[in-house]
Ligand binder design. Structure first.
Ligand code: PEP
Ligand code: MG
Length: 578
């Protein structure tokens, strides 16, 4: 037996046999082919097309999910496109190059052309083409990856990393738990695992090198531990701990209908973060007072992205289903960084975290941006919608996105599309420069929402997804706490509420501190809501302010962390502090 310690990313315990999934970096061979072997090379390509076609056909026969079937059908159609076939074969012949190289070069020029097209349907084809082209290349190189969507028995997924699109394709009935080599608590795969309610531990170092397919694995997503080939005694211990935790969770259910109000009468809003429409059941079950962050980019993860109609339907559904509980804040698309969408993997930016993401992407792809804003405005006619912009770095950028929003509103007015004229518009504060000029941004916006996942990453200069430096990712770093205090102060001076939608808002260890710092709205994964409500209802605002007073005088995050941990442990016990 072997126990590995990692980072607890999604609570619960999962037991099952290991399903190993490792991404290999493919280096495409650039080999010249002698004239005598050109025909054989073309045949090798043709054979790969046939094999991939057969594989997709089988998957189509077995797949029940409508979305998945549509994707497979599109891919099959593309695979049999004679034009693609002829282009690749001609390239093999004219340049005397191997088939992998020919497919790669045809793919990149086709995708580049498609991405420049005016017609959105043509642009969407780029992502599909990318997917299918790489399947063919992998087939020829003998590097086929198992299809995660096809997992049809109960397993524990052990992987180096997972792309968001891969995580979304998982069948959460069969995937009992996830254990990953890399990643941090606030990496997007961890966020998705919580949304899918799959117990998950990340940052395990090299678990993929220590596990063989079929090994028995226990993943404890509460403690951040993974047992490989466990003894029956330790399996028993882990199950006991799980039972105690489940009992605690059941007790918390009684709080679902109650308000989030402190013992001295200070009320805050508790809302949910969601990535997909399917999560609304869980949001309602956990008694959220609205959706504080809908990460709309997850609609774009499927090949082909999301049309205006698809977006409108998703936004409207969420707004209508939340109507009785509260408003819905939809964030405009935040792709880039570690949220790669199919077709964007190839951009090859040297520094994607500091690169072309979120509103930076939207301002240079106004076609996508406007379509999304129009879908949101249309949906605003069906309930209470708020629109929020991610990664704003300063006043000019905010002015630029607000200008586009005004233009789209004008367009709606002139074409008679009804929308909520009073729709509120918020700014995420997740870049240090935005925090430092919060006073300049506040008058331009109806609310702030602090995105601590990125704010911590950029303030401390620590990649949120890199397990090697996870020890530096400290929400209680004095620099981070000072920025939060500044944002709240400037927001309140301008008379706007300050929300928080980063993972810190759902971390029980931070709740009292954040309350004392003046956060008005906490938005988090639905599973965390009741624990946080329990804490808020058990203390007074005066106590929270006293804690903040003490902590802000301390000169290191270690002191702050130790002090807060002990304070919280004395009041709430181990479920809050592990
Ligand atoms: C954040 O950065 O805190 C946030 C909520 O946005 P995301 O995690 O999607 O980057
Ligand atoms: Mg962010």
């Amino acid at each position: 037996m072997r126990i590995l310690k990692g980072i607890a990313a999604s609570s619960g315990i999962g037991i099952g046999r290991a399903f190993l999934y490792v991404h290999e970096k493919l280096v495409i061979p650039h080999v010249y082919i002698p004239a005598a072997k050109i025909n054989a090379e073309k045949e090798r390509f043709q054979h790969a097309l046939g094999m991939v076609g057969g594989e997709l056909g089988n998957m189509l026969d077995e797949s029940a999910a409508e979305d998945h079937r549509k994707i497979l059908e599109t891919h099959l159609l593309m695979l049999s496109d004679p034009e693609f076939n002829v282009m690749v074969k001609k390239r093999i012949e004219s340049d005397s190059i191997c088939a992998e190289w020919a497919v790669e070069s045809i793919l990149s020029s086709l995708i580049e052309t498609l991405e420049k097209a005016d017609d959105p349907v043509l642009r969407e084809r780029g992502a599909d083409l990318y997917d299918i082209g790489w399947r063919v290349i992998r087939q020829m190189m003998g590097k086929r990856r198992p299809d995660l969507a096809a997992i049809n028995e109960e397993v524990v997924l052990v992987a180096d990393t997972l792309l968001p699109s891969e995580a979304l394709s998982l069948d959460h009935m069969n995937v009992k738990a996830i254990a990953l080599d890399g990643g941090g608590r606030t990496s997007h795969v961890a966020i998705l695992a919580r949304a899918l309610q799959i117990p998950t531990v990340v940052g395990l170092g090299k678990i993929t090198g220590k596990v063989s397919p079929g090994d028995e694995i226990i993943v404890d997503g509460n403690l951040g531990e993974v047992a490989i080939r466990p003894s029956s005694a330790s399996a028993h211990k882990m199950r006991n701990r799980y039972d105690r935790w489940m009992e605690h969770e059941r007790e918390l259910q009684d709080l679902a209908a109650l308000e989030a109000v402190t013992k001295d009468g200070h009320r805050v809003e508790l809302k949910a973060n969601i990535e997909t429409v399917d999560e609304i059941d869980s949001v309602l079950k956990h008694g959220a007072g609205g959706v504080g962050l809908f990460r709309s980019e997850f609609l774009f993860l499927k090949p082909g992205g999301a049309t205006e109609e698809e977006q409108f339907t998703a936004y409207r559904d969420v707004i209508e289903r939340m109507h009785k509980s509260g408003s819905v804040t939809i964030r405009t698309i935040d792709v880039g960084g570690d949220k790669v969408i199919p077709g964007m993997e190839g951009l090859g930016e040297e520094n994607p975290i500091l690169g072309w993401r979120a509103v930076r992407f939207c301002l240079s792809r106004k076609d996508i941006f406007r379509t999304q804003l129009r879908a949101m405005l249309r949906a605003s006619a069906y309930g209470k919608l708020k629109i929020m912009f991610p990664m704003i770095s300063g006043p000019e950028e905010l002015d630029n996105v607000l200008l586009v929003l005004d233009q789209v509103k004008d367009e709606c007015r002139s074409t008679g599309i009804p929308f909520d004229e009073d729709v509120e518009v918020g700014t995420m504060i997740e870049v240090p420069s935005a925090a430092l000029c919060a006073d300049l941004l506040a008058p331009k916006t109806d609310f702030f929402s602090i995105g601590t996942n990125d704010l911590i990453q950029y303030t401390i200069a620590v990649d949120r997804g890199n397990d090697k430096i996870a020890y530096l990712y400290q929400p209680f770093h004095p620099g981070v706490l000072r920025l939060i205090r500044l944002i709240v102060e400037k927001g309140h001076q301008a008379g706007i509420p300050v929300a928080m939608c980063g993972e810190m808002a759902g971390d029980p260890l931070s709740t009292v501190l954040l309350l004392g710092l003046g956060i008005d709205e906490f938005s988090m994964s639905p599973q965390s809501l009741l624990e946080i409500k329990n804490i808020i209802r058990s203390i007074t605002l005066a106590e929270a302010k006293e804690l903040v007073g003490k902590v802000m005088e301390m000169n290191s995050y270690i002191h702050i962390d130790t002090y807060v941990r002990e304070w919280m442990h004395d009041r709430f016990g181990d479920f809050v502090t592990t």
